[in-house]
Design a protein around this ligand. Structure first.
Ligand SMILES: Nc1ncnc2c1ncn2[C@@H]1O[C@H](COP(=O)(O)OP(=O)(O)OP(=O)(O)O)[C@@H](O)[C@H]1O
Ligand SMILES: [Mg+2]
Length: 220
């Protein structure tokens, strides 16, 4: 499966979740390619830290941006069980290339910075992409960097579930220091000593849904 992380807004947690997903798929025993499609190279920096911390990253990392991304990913498809693509929030060429080649698009929305313009723009891009694809992409929207308890989460969840073009997943990723702390040393949240079990169960629920298409118990 090719899973792309996309968003119109920056800083919503794409890179954090993309690297966690790559490490999570490795733990599940898959052969994984992580594509850094962002010139900011957040996923590459994470991978460099990971190499220092673990010695071995467990996945293969490549950097690809621009229109080339589509062709190169297409060529590598058969060599891996899963390909995870991280894209930059502002780079529309790489985003569209990723959306044209991926099977699934993961679109995080951070409730505090949410506005209707963003979701309307996302829907517009999804409509355009679906029109040129032979097989439709599966676009998953979900809350990222959500407040642990907040009415904002509910409002945004409601707004997102109103659009038929995207599937809203009720598996929020909350704002937790564990995500940034782990990423700072190149680790996924479940790989650190004394993991934050709530963070771990959030990613298990979200990633299991994406990989298996159904809910699994939220256990660490
Ligand atoms: N669930 C979370 N809880 C706490 N901090 C988070 C979480 N997700 C991301 N962050 C932090 O928020 C910042 C932005 O996250 P990240 O780089 O993953 O976003 P992005 O969508 O990839 O941004 P960009 O569009 O610039 O590529 C980082 O400092 C990261 O550590
Ligand atoms: Mg990023």
């Amino acid at each position: 499966m090719i899973i792309s992380f996309n968003s119109i807004k920056g800083g919503v947690g794409k890179s954090t979740l993309a690297v966690n997903f790559a490490a999570w798929l490795v733990r599940e025993g898959y052969d994984v390619l992580l594509v850094d499609g962002d010139e900011q190279e957040t996923a590459s920096d994470f991978t460099a830290w990971r190499e220092q911390t673990l010695g071995n990253t467990g996945y293969t990392l490549v950097n690809m941006t621009g229109a080339n991304l589509r062709k190169q990913v297409e060529q590598m498809r058969s060599k891996y069980d899963h390909i995870v693509i991280d894209t930059g929030g502002r780079d529309t060429t790489s985003q569209r290339a990723a959306l044209s080649v991926a099977d699934v698009s993961m679109i995080p929305f951070a409730p505090r910075s949410f506005d209707l313009w963003t979701i309307n723009k996302v829907i517009e891009v999804i409509d355009e992409i679906q029109a040129i694809r032979t097989e439709p992409i599966i676009p998953y929207a979900f809350l990222s960097r959500a407040d642990i308890r907040s009415a904002d989460n509910r409002e945004v969840a409601q707004a997102l579930s109103d659009f038929q073009q995207i599937t809203f997943l009720t598996h929020p990723i909350c704002n937790r220091k564990a995500f940034s702390n782990a990423a700072g040393v190149g680790l996924a949240v479940f790989e650190v000593e004394q993991p934050d079990l709530k963070a771990v169960s959030e990613i298990n629920a979200l990633f299991n849904h994406v990989l298996h298409g159904h809910n699994t118990p939220a256990t660490a």
